[in-house]
Design a protein around this ligand. Sequence first.
Ligand code: NAD
Ligand code: DAU
Length: 358
Amino acid sequence: MTILVTGGAGFIGANFVLDWLAASSESVVNLDKLTYAGNLETLGSLQNNAHHVFVQGDIGDRALVDKLLQTHQPRAVLNFAAESHVDRSIHGPGEFIETNIMGTFRLLEAVRGYWGALHDSPKAAFRFLHVSTDEVYGSLAQKDPAFTETHRYEPNSPYSASKAASDHLVRAWHHTYGLPVLTTNCSNNYGPYHFPEKLIPLMIVNALAGKPLPVYGDGMQVRDWLYVKDHCSAIRRVLEAGRLGETYNVGGWNEKPNIEIVQTVCRLLDELRPQVDGTNYSQQITYVTDRPGHDRRYAIDARKLEQELGWKPAETFESGIRKTVEWYLANPQWVRNVQSGAYREWVQKQYAGAELVP
Ligand code: NAD
Ligand code: DAU
């Protein structure tokens, strides 16, 4: 048995592949374009693992995907591949439309062709699992209830609009063609191998480098944080037992304002890697210009997944963030290696004037 994972060299996809192969002997074909966010070093421990087949390529390359499906005959396709960074989508939405919408469309078409030709039993067992985000639901006011699966779609950024479009395509391929799909909409992840353009790893990396910690606007935007390995266990559970055509929200019931996240990271670093002059890392916090169209609050109601499929996160925010900070302290080489020329250019463009370039 084999599964095909797309985007398995990125943050969540790689954590998923590592966890999957640690627990199972079912092979993984890993299709990843290796954009700036894809990193084979993350998968280094799988180099001699015969159950992992890595293929560099685009989910939108129909001929390649057709060939992979025919050759490996997967029982499921899990689509993690995407352009994922909101700030990048504001600077340049084109790639987001190309991969998240057109790429998902082309992938769905390839999978539909493959699935349609399967015999009864593998056809009935086949699944297409689409990994999506809570950002498709838009922004909540302070006292609004958390997003349920029936909350209307109100995406506000080019990123979330492109993910919303991909969710709609997946839904339509189920309703129109009967493709056996599952969709997960998850809140903000954090944990090992997180690219340091996102809030938590950026704060850890900048704090250690003595750089400013750039907090957008008033820092009171709320996100709902989930340790990445809990997201991976939720995806495994939905793949195993999710009802066809359903969407499942995934979240950790950990709503926190950004400034609190940054202060927590600083406190942990003060404890685990105190500065020689005794100053606190929080002194590096710098308020910067807000993100255009910045969503104020996300919150996930994960009761459907808990009640129907019995899933619960294993980590609290306190245990997960400690593990995360410890991981970054133990893996400075991984961080140095992702801070390539392209990374430096991005930081310069996004935080111009804030002296953040490493
Ligand atoms: P990421 O940016 O770290 O990784 C994306 C991966 O996809 C990279 O390895 C990249 O090389 C690959 N990729 C990009 N375009 C591709 C293409 N056209 N063909 C093949 N591969 C391509 O993203 P992530 O944070 O790991 O997110 C994974 C998925 O989870 C995305 O779909 C994202 O929308 C979703 N999601 C992320 C979060 C989060 O907090 N990071 C939360 C909820 C949902
Ligand atoms: O909610 C799920 C989404 O979470 C995923 O779909 C996205 O792929 C993922 O990138 C993430 O999006 P966010 O925009 O919420 O994550 P980011 O880490 O970029 O920002 C988290 C919050 O921190 C957000 O309110 C913006 C703020 N922020 C971010 C950066 C990079 C800052 O204040 N300063 C920063 O330098």
